[in-house]
Design a protein around this ligand. Structure first.
Ligand code: ZN
Length: 301
């Protein structure tokens, strides 16, 4: 029985790319498959990103017979086996938004995904190398991987392509950061509208409605994820927040009080570290901001 990966789910059909030894069989066409009733009975459903066993039927279609064990499962957007969350943030137009970047990072840490921060539009920040360097260093010091690309010259997109080889990545970020331009460079044959007009108005366009994996040709797949941009903290408990700031961990374990909120407690090592400049001020400010936002929400619901 052949093995494949679901790259799209639409109107009751699963679109499957055949796999050989776990990687894409080149030149093979997508097989249009139906799911089997057994999944519904078990209360599960195949997801985009699932590696599956399928059977071929006489009319050239197929059936999804078995879902292979998942390494991970994202709920919003519904994608299985995601290895990497690529966070696209521009240095200019729109300006770097560290608050939103930290918010994304909290969600990604909570989902247990590995983030990769990609700074776009390097060309627009060419007059200000310092700004790029500062953001890059700030996040690299925490232990995050940071790459810099230019949508104008295309620099950095080959390195990014190599980094995405052999895995499933979800792309997320602020609107108007040049996501479509970058995806067009990464995915052979893809011609997404880049929405330059709406970009000038400072708003990105949302054209993607369903999740689909795009084959980048080196065994890697990327999913553009509209759902990812609607972030709220409903699924996250306030006591889980500090864990999602990974650089707090080594300090937090030495706080005087168990369950320290790191806001005002005496003997708080996180506060000491902020004071000493070992934890970046912007990160701590955002921690406080999100903490209060979550408390407010709890009161309202
Ligand atoms: Zn503390």
């Amino acid at each position: 029985m052949p093995e494949g990966i679901i790259i799209k789910a639409l109107s009751g059909y699963y679109y499957v790319k055949p796999l050989q030894d776990g990687s894409i069989a080149t030149g093979e066409e997508t097989v249009q498959c139906r799911g089997r009733g057994i999944f519904r009975k078990k209360g599960t459903a195949p997801l985009v990103g699932d590696r599956i066993i399928y059977g071929l039927t006489e009319n050239g279609e197929g059936t999804v017979d078995e879902i292979l064990p998942r390494e991970s499962e994202l709920i919003r957007p519904p994608v299985a086996n995601v290895n990497l969350a690529v966070l696209l943030f521009s240095l200019r137009e729109p300006d770097m938004n560290l608050n939103l970047l930290d918010k994304f990072l909290v969600h990604i840490e909570h989902a247990g995904l590995e983030p990769l921060i990609v700074l776009t539009k390097q060309d627009l920040a060419d007059d200000d190398h310092e700004a790029t360097r500062e953001v890059k260093e700030l996040y690299e010091r925490i232990g995050y991987e940071v790459m810099v690309t230019s949508s104008l010259t295309g620099s950095g997109s080959e390195q990014l392509r190599d980094r995405l080889a052999g895995g499933v990545s979800v792309f997320a970020g602020q609107s108007g950061v040049g996501k479509s331009t970058l995806l067009n460079r990464l995915v052979p044959g893809l011609e997404l509208e880049t929405g330059e007009i709406s970009l000038r108005l400072g708003r990105g366009r949302h054209t993607t409605r369903h999740v689909e994996l795009m084959d980048i040709g080196n065994g890697g797949f990327v999913a553009d994820t509209p759902g990812f941009s609607q972030l709220d903290f409903l699924e996250l408990g306030v006591e889980e927040l500090s864990v999602c700031f990974r650089e707090f961990a080594s300090y937090a374990e030495n706080c005087k009080f168990r369950g320290c909120s790191h806001l005002h407690e005496p003997g708080c090592r996180v506060l000491d570290a902020v004071e000493a400049g070992e934890i970046a001020g912007s990160r701590y400010e955002h921690y406080k901001l999100f903490y209060n936002e979550m408390k407010d929400k709890k009161r309202r619901y």
